[in-house]
Design a protein around this ligand. Structure first.
Ligand code: PLP
Ligand code: TYF
Length: 396
């Protein structure tokens, strides 16, 4: 049965992680995988999470099956965070939200549901995009194409090409958009450009699928959610996947959600019933712990405040590392202008380094980034920055 099974390629990023683990260089630095590390290079366990878990332990609960759509208070809290508790769509019961197994789970539930309602649609992802977008929508049965995004020469987004592609897409085309903190480039589009994207989606009758994996890592929780508000204001139906992996540093708990904004309360009820079928036939119902932690934090005012402060701390530290990287490269005598790194948003930076340079960084210095030139600036700290800067200076 299995003799003809082919060896599947490793996930390029997670594979790099394994390679990093096996590297014996004591100076090694992992700028590969998208994980936030604190100033000591440690994966943080947020105080708000510890406090919520303590609170949960004080009144321990038996672990029955959750409803298929997850913890009700969690789904409600997600809606509040993503759309605003007072928003017309939430108040009107027009959003179908389900708890999901990470942001990936939210994308997958959405993809499977879309395949039922619009089986012939093409899916467009940004070029480049998170590695998993293409595979995930392909596995859901879609033809996956891309829209232009990154402009290496301009060190930014080729917005004219992007909007051109959206304007010429067929009605019904699913457009996957990074709501903020674009992975892998770090380049987001401007508010005015979002207006044009929303207009194109609406007028061409496209289906927007916003992937929100880094809310709070760019400019702030509200600021990073601005694109969602623009879609709401346009009065159209759209999808949002949410991940709390980064914003709560709860990677392994797999906490995420999918929200589908519908035209009416009745539509939302029917959509929810279909999302539940997708979930039931995949994994029956979601796990309890992580979502309960997030729901507790989001709905307990003191914990919520604690989370917002801690999230702001992560965001601020990333920005400081961006600025410090630019300054230190300059101070190290690197003539190339890297100031764009300080303008990028979120955890990642397309550094502009070539594949050869990335391979040299890895092989000669133990500095691990992705071959595309992507580095995770959220893994830099005062202790490893000097070494990373020297290594980059040497490969340049
Ligand atoms: N979408 C993007 C753009 C991501 O970078 C990630 C990162 O992991 C995900 C989705 C998946 O998030 P999760 O780990 O919560 O499944
Ligand atoms: O892009 C990243 O590094 C993160 C983590 O299959 C990740 O989003 C990478 C690959 C993958 C799952 C998560």
């Amino acid at each position: 049965l299995f003799t003809s099974v082919e060896m599947a390629p490793r996930d390029p990023i997670l594979g790099l992680n394994e390679q990093f683990g096996a590297d014996t260089n004591p100076a090694k630095v992992n700028l590969g995988v998208g994980v936030y590390f604190d100033e000591n290079g440690k994966l943080p366990l947020l105080q708000c999470v510890i406090a919520a878990e303590r609170q949960m332990m004080e009144a321990p609960k038996a672990r029955g099956y959750l409803p298929i759509e997850g913890i009700a208070a969690y789904d409600k809290a997600v809606q509040g965070l993503v759309f605003g508790a007072d928003s017309v769509v939430v108040q009107g019961g027009r959003v179908a939200t389900v708890q999901a197994i990470g942001g990936t789970g939210g994308l997958k539930i959405g993809a499977d549901f879309l395949k039922r309602v619009n089986p012939g649609a093409t899916v467009l992802i940004s070029d480049p995009s998170w590695e998993n977008h293409r595979a995930l929508f392909t596995n859901a049965g879609f033809q996956v194409g891309s829209y232009p995004y990154y402009d290496a020469a301009a060190k930014g987004v080729n917005f004219d090409a992007m909007i051109g592609a959206l304007r010429s897409a067929a009605a019904g085309t699913v457009v996957v958009l990074h709501a903020c903190c674009h992975n892998p480039t770090g380049y987001d589009i401007t508010p005015a450009q979002w207006d044009q994207v929303v207009e194109a989606v609406k007028s061409r009758e496209l289906v927007a699928f916003l992937d929100m994996a880094y809310q709070g890592f760019g400019d702030g929780i509200t600021e990073d959610g601005a694109a969602v508000q623009k879609f709401l204001a346009a009065g159209i139906e759209f999808f949002v996947s949410t991940s709390f992996s980064k914003s709560f540093s709860l990677y392994g708990e797999r906490v995420g959600a999918l929200s589908v904004v519908c035209g009416s309360k009745e539509d939302a009820a029917r959509v929810l019933s279909q999302l539940k079928i997708v979930i039931r036939t995949n994994y029956s119902n979601p796990p309890t712990h992580g979502a309960q932690v997030v729901a507790t934090v989001l709905t307990t005012p003191e914990l919520r405040q604690m989370w917002e402060t801690e999230l702001a701390g992560m965001r601020t530290r990333i920005r400081q590392m961006r600025t410090a990287l630019v300054e230190r490269l300059k101070a190290a005598g690197v003539s190339r202008d890297f100031s764009f790194i300080a303008q990028q948003k979120g955890m990642f930076s397309y550094s502009g380094l070539t594949k050869d340079q990335m391979v040299r960084l890895r092989d000669e210095f133990g500095v691990y980034g992705v071959d595309s030139g992507r580095i995770c600036v959220a893994a830099l700290n005062d202790k490893n920055l000097g070494y990373v800067v020297d290594s980059i200076a040497k490969v340049l």
